[in-house]
Write a protein that binds this ligand. Structure first.
Ligand code: FCB
Length: 461
């Protein structure tokens, strides 16, 4: 496999999952601080209060990235570190932290890819309605402008939001993510709209203050959907699942419209859309970030409501030949090729970035500098092959980021799920590069060697 010379070889993280230091240097609280501190919300009540102490260990961590040979690093900015109240006074130490991080990365030739919002909404904004309140979208655009002014001279790649599907749906219907509301499909639809609006407003606001070569996009969690059988009602079920898992956020951003039938599937009214909203939401993006983990197979079935797909849709999970990760997600590399090709055909993104792909396995450290994780090596190499196949079929992919650089705070799963290329012994905070990290470093080195200019032959005398 040979990828283009300037292809990004990266790893990804997010602020709340790694930084810790949640009360240091003037950081305000976020919905995730509150949610995780509420009994019964996360695995064993774990929180991101300490996480992997990246806030304190940032310089060493960047050195580790350089050891792995990463050419890009995707991280998120904690909005409550920058604006403790969500709006208003800027907390300079918060800016300074990311400023130093960016400089450290650039000094090591690692391209920063910034995510502005990876779910840690300032608690102060939540108390004023959070994403249910349209004003939160304006607050986001102001925050985006602040960051663009602070880092826009050095950071070229920006994603507005990470997976708005999660705070909308998992946050307001399943209740397993912050803010932990259950069963409010109308809120999910409204929250989704304001997140989309925030994306559009921020894109416009950032473009106004940043150089023309800035690249702005959004990262979505996308799944190829398979019909479990060929009954017409199963095909209808698959369409509903596709609307819910894939088109909900794509259609507004790339087509300037909501998918017909989407709100009916939810059993909800349309969100409060104002004149011009869809135009703002569909402000052209430079790239689409794809977070890929698995596919879904569905069939017509039980009368129980399943997700936002309404009643009558059933997920097929009994797959005797499949392998599953510790998250219970099926390992299905070919799905990555399929989704990339589908996106290219149907949405024509200018560029695609794989902003997340990876797997949790039950890794153990032998106490002696080695973590053997052959399943992750295999997972990564098969998914990279799928990326190569999609590119051979025309998908404009420009980079790949492993989720995740480190083992970290996996949201509701606490520290029980390890996704890292680097193992973290949470008690001592020791970092140990896993075999998959070593493998990935070798893969990157090989790719770079393929493009290295051969030494010039000696001049004839
Ligand atoms: C994605 C999230 C990321 C991480 C992975 C496993 O949905 O964006 O923060 O939790 O899943």
């Amino acid at each position: 496999m040979s990828f283009p010379q300037d292809f990004f070889w990266g790893a990804a993280t997010s602020a709340y999952q790694i930084e810790g230091a949640t009360r240091e240097d003037g950081r305000g609280l976020s919905v995730w601080d509150q949610f995780a501190a509420t009994p019964g919300r996360t695995y064993q009540g774990e929180t991101g209060e300490r996480a992997v102490e990246h806030y304190r260990r940032m310089e060493q961590d960047v050195a580790l990235m350089a050891d792995l040979g990463l050419t890009a690093y995707r991280f998120s900015i904690a909005w409550p570190r920058i604006l403790p109240d969500g709006v208003g006074t800027v907390n300079q130490p918060g800016i300074d932290f990311y400023d130093r991080l960016v400089d450290q990365l650039l000094a090591r030739n690692i391209t920063p890819v910034v995510t502005l919002h990876h779910w840690d909404l300032p608690l102060a904004l939540f108390e004023r309605g959070g994403w249910r309140n349209r004003a939160t979208a304006d607050a986001f655009a102001d925050y985006a402008t602040t960051m663009a002014r602070a880092l826009g001279d050095r950071v070229r790649w920006w994603t507005t939001l990470n997976e708005p599907w999660c705070p909308a749906y998992l946050g307001y219907v399943e209740g397993i993510h912050a803010p932990g509301v259950k069963g409010d499909t109308q809120a999910a639809v409204d929250v989704g709209h304001h997140l989309l609006l925030a994306h559009g407003l921020a894109t416009q606001a950032m473009r106004a203050v940043m150089p023309a070569e800035t690249r702005i996009g959004i990262a979505l969690n996308l799944f190829p959907i398979f019909a479990g059988d060929d009954r017409p009602e199963t095909l209808r079920a698959a369409e509903r699942a596709y609307r819910f898992h894939t088109r909900w956020f794509l259609d507004p951003v790339f087509r300037g419209e909501y998918t017909p039938g989407l709100f009916d599937d939810f059993g909800a009214e349309p969100p409060p859309i104002q004149d011009g909203d869809l135009k703002i939401i569909s402000t052209p993006t430079d790239f689409l970030g794809v977070n890929y983990y698995n596919r879904w197979i569905v069939r017509a079935g039980s009368d129980l409501p399943a997700d936002g797909v309404g009643t009558g849709v059933e997920y097929v999970t009994d797959l005797p030949d499949a392998t599953f990760t510790e998250m219970g997600w099926e390992v299905y590399p070919h799905g990555l090729e399929l989704i990339l090709e589908d996106l290219t055909r149907n949405y024509h993104p200018r560029m695609l970035l794989i902003t997340e792909n990876g797997a949790a396995f039950d890794d153990t450290w032998n106490g002696n500098g080695r973590v053997s994780d052959p399943q992750r090596v295999r997972y990564l190499s098969e998914h990279l092959r799928a990326v190569g196949d999609a590119m051979a079929h025309g998908a404009p992919v420009v980079g790949y980021f492993v989720w995740s650089l480190f083992d970290n705070f996996e949201w509701a799963e606490g520290y029980s799920k390890r996704f890292g290329l680097v193992y973290v012994d949470f008690a001592t905070q020791r970092r140990i590069i896993k075999d998959s990290g070593t493998w990935y470093a070798g893969f990157i080195a090989n790719q770079r060697a393929l493009h290295a200019t051969p030494p010039k032959p000696p001049l004839p005398r």
